[in-house]
Design a protein around this ligand. Sequence first.
Ligand SMILES: C[S@@+](CC[C@H](N)C(=O)[O-])C[C@H]1O[C@@H](n2cnc3c(N)ncnc32)[C@H](O)[C@@H]1O
Ligand SMILES: [Zn+2]
Length: 285
Amino acid sequence: MSTLENLSCPIDAAPLSRVERVLKCPHGHTYDLAKTGYINLLPVQNKRSKDPGDSKEMVAARQAFLNQQHYLPIVNAVLSSWPQGALSDKISLLDAGCGEGYYLDKLACQLSSQGIEVTRTGLDISKWAILAASKRDKDVSWVVGSNASLPMPEQSFDAVLCLFGFPVFDEFSRVLKDNGLLLLVESGADHLIELRRILYPAIHDYKPTFTSELSDFDLILEQAESFTFNLDSQAQIQQLLSMTPHIHKASYDGRAAAMLLNAITLTADIKLRWYRKKIKEVNHV
Ligand SMILES: C[S@@+](CC[C@H](N)C(=O)[O-])C[C@H]1O[C@@H](n2cnc3c(N)ncnc32)[C@H](O)[C@@H]1O
Ligand SMILES: [Zn+2]
C-alpha cells in the first residue's frame, strides 16, 4: 500500500496528513482517497476543462499498446543512461504526467531488482490515467494533479521523470532536492515516420518540444535512441494512433489509409535528456 506521505494541500500548500482514507490540511481542507487508493488533488478552480488530460479511451489505448512491450527499449535506455553515481540505496521518484503508469512500474521493478529502495509518486492531470495506474500498482502514491502546481513540498524528490509529457520546469525545480535529476523524454524527427507518411500529405520540419537550455538545470547527458517494432494487426495500429495526437491532427484521407493497414514496421526515434538541478546561490546581505 502506498503511503501518500509528503503531499501538500493544492489550495494553500499546507502539509497534508492522513487519517485512514482521508488526507487533511490544518486549515480544514479534506481529500478522500478513491476506492483504488489514489488521491485527487486537482481543485475544481485549477481545472481548465471538466475532464482534463487524456480521455478514458486514450488511456485504454495507451495501456493496451504499452502492455505489448513495444516500447520496452525506452525503459532500458532510461536505465542504462541513468547518470553514474546518482543511484543510491534509496531513491524517491516523481513521474510527472505518468499516464497509466507503465514507465514508473517498469523502471521501479528494474531498480528494485538492483537492490535499490524506490519510493514512487505518479501524477497526472487525467483521472482516467490515474485510475488505470492505481489498478496497475498499489505501492505507488498516485495523484490526480497538475504539473503547473504540484501538490508537493519543495525538495521532495531525488528525480523527476517526464516522458512525452508537459513539463513545467519551475515546479520540477521546486520539488527536486538540490542536485536532483530531471529526465525529459520526447520524440525525435523520425518518430513513427512510416505512419506519419501515410497520415499526412507532407512531413513538416522537426521542431523540438523545448530547448535544451533550462535556467535552473545543467544538461548532463543527451542521448538519441532509435529502434524498430512491428505491429501486425489493425487493432494494434489503431491503439497506437489513439494514444498520439495524430488521431486528431491527421487528415480524413490519411486516417482512412491507416484503417486499411493490417501490418506495419515502425521506427521509434526518441531523445532522452538528463539534467541536474543547480544549487541556488543564497545572497547573504
Ligand atoms: C502523451 S501522454 C504520456 C503519458 C506517459 N508519460 C507515457 O509516456 O506513457 C501525456 C500525459 O500528460 C498528461 N497531462 C497533460 N497535461 C498535464 C498537466 N498539466 N499536468 C500533468 N499531466 C498532464 C495527460 O493526461 C497524459 O496522460
Ligand atoms: Zn488546505
